[in-house]
Design a protein around this ligand. Structure first.
Ligand SMILES: Cc1ncc(COP(=O)(O)O)c(C=O)c1O
Length: 451
């Protein structure tokens, strides 16, 4: 690298980092206090970024407000758990009215009935469901259900698929995720094939058919970069699993929001078991696993003498049920179409911006979810996502915060129904400005990204 190149890189990095520190001094103070009690000053790995994370005071609608008094457009939306913006009045009302009557009674409740009925009516793969408290717990129990039902141990997952943080799925899911502490025994029954690879799936399933309980997959890689299935891929997975007597689990914890019936309805492919979470709790902690009646009957005290044990202090927490029901009742076809259209508008705006800046970079979008990648060819695999330039993501993330946009460091943008065309225009403009700011660095160091 020439001196001139180093100069440009340093200049841009310094300018963006200094502007950030200048804009968020109170966050720095709070970070320095918190780090004395929480390692890294963040209780989830993803919330930490250098030089220090922002601290948010409160949220309202499409925006969050920092302790410095800055108003930021929130395109993280709690990593997808929030779909109606912050402080949605209907959800707030449901929680307030509900909580004064008690938050959890450890019995079946009307709230569980209402939310379970709504989910089973909407999601094709749900005949029967059970509630848990996080997506991680939902996939853990979906796998246990599949193993208990089939009497087989092995599970096949897709490279780049994310299914939470429990031992058997956490290992090797993502770049830079350290999974020390997971005993080998927890992963020896896990197999992996690349997403969108028709042959690898078929071959692995056939070779292990007698030991495989299930294939678990996201209909599209969500956390793995919004990588969509190639035409016919989901149908192929469905056929290969059915032909070989293996259960198919769709993890729709992230993808559910693209359609009232999840991606399975959108693509017309129904799995045997499904997990959902995030938006389904209206912004409160939830996980749900469920599936075909004959499979889920292994939990049913009235259908079997020895039901599979599944309990949890907070399962079916009544306040969460009320929040989830309020959120989903208004996340109907019209609301989904509305927020998905905002997603299309964002996509169109970004594609124009890439072109006008002479950039050959990618934007993978479905509905209200979009991931920008600093990669110069269309992305259909998890491996390509790993090629995206981390330095550019880091700089874009900080620079967008400086410009009033709170986003996820790896280029993922998550929209909400609280947004309008005005927010999308603002977002497109600020991303465009940031790309212009990064252009000299791209020209010098990453010129394979130029048209
Ligand atoms: C597809 C998918 N599965 C599982 C999880 C884990 O959910 P949770 O973070 O609620 O444990 C996530 C979270 O991002 C997810 O996107």
């Amino acid at each position: 690298m020439s001196e001139k190149q180093t100069g440009i890189e340093e200049q841009i990095e310094k300018k963006i980092a200094e502007a950030y520190k200048e804009k968020f001094p109170v966050s720095r103070e709070r970070h320095e206090k918190l780090i004395n009690y929480i390692p890294g000053g963040a209780t989830r790995s993803l919330s930490y970024f250098k030089p220090y994370p922002i601290h948010i005071d409160y949220g309202q609608g499409a925006y969050v407000y920092t302790h410095e008094g800055h108003k930021l457009l929130d395109v993280t939306n709690a990593y997808g758990a929030i779909v109606h913006g912050h402080g949605d009045p209907d959800i707030v009302k449901a929680v307030q009215e509900g909580i004064v009557r008690g938050s959890q009674y450890s019995t079946p409740t009307q709230g569980q009935y209402k939310l379970a009925k709504l989910l089973c009516e909407r999601i094709p793969g749900f005949d029967r469901i059970r509630f848990v408290n996080s997506g991680t717990e939902a996939t853990l129990f979906a796998l246990r259900t599949a193993r208990a039902y089939t009497g087989k141990d092995k599970i096949l997952k897709m490279t780049g698929g994310f299914h939470g943080t429990h031992d058997s799925v956490a290992a090797s899911t993502k770049k830079n995720v350290i999974t020390a502490g997971i005993p080998k025994g927890m992963t020896e029954d896990m197999l992996e094939v690349p997403f969108n690879d028709f042959q690898a799936l078929e071959k692995t399933v056939k070779n292990h058919a007698s030991e495989l309980a299930a294939v678990i997959m996201e209909p599209f890689l969500g956390a793995g970069g919004v990588v969509l299935p190639n035409p016919g891929y989901l149908e192929h997975v469905r056929k290969v699993t059915s032909d070989n007597n293996i259960l198919l689990i769709f993890d729709e914890i992230f993808s559910y929001r693209v359609n009232t019936g999840g991606c399975q309805k959108l693509y017309g492919v129904t799995p045997d078991l499904t997990t959902v979470g995030k938006v389904v709790g209206g912004g409160l902690p939830i996980g749900v696993f469920g599936g075909k009646e004959d499979i889920m009957n292994i939990f049913c005290h009235e259908k079997t003498d020895k039901p599979l044990y599944h309990s949890g202090t907070f399962n079916g927490y009544e306040t969460v049920m009320q929040a989830g029901y309020a959120a989903l009742s208004k996340y109907d076809e019209t609301a989904v179409a509305y927020v998905n259209k905002l997603g299309d508008q964002l996509q169109n705006g970004l594609l124009e911006s890439f072109k006008s800046n002479g950039l050959n970079i990618q934007s993978n979008q479905i509905g209200s979810l979009l991931n920008l990648h600093f990669v110069n060819e269309p992305i259909t695999t998890a491996e390509q996502v790993l090629e995206s330039i981390e330095q550019l993501h880091t700089l874009m993330h900080l620079s967008l915060l400086n410009k009033g946009i709170f986003t996820i460091p790896r280029g993922l943008f998550i929209l909400s129904t609280a947004m309008t065309q005005q927010e999308i225009d603002f977002l497109v403009n600020k991303i465009d400005e940031t790309l212009k700011e990064l252009l000299p660095l791209i020209e010098d160091k990453y010129n394979h990204l130029l048209l």
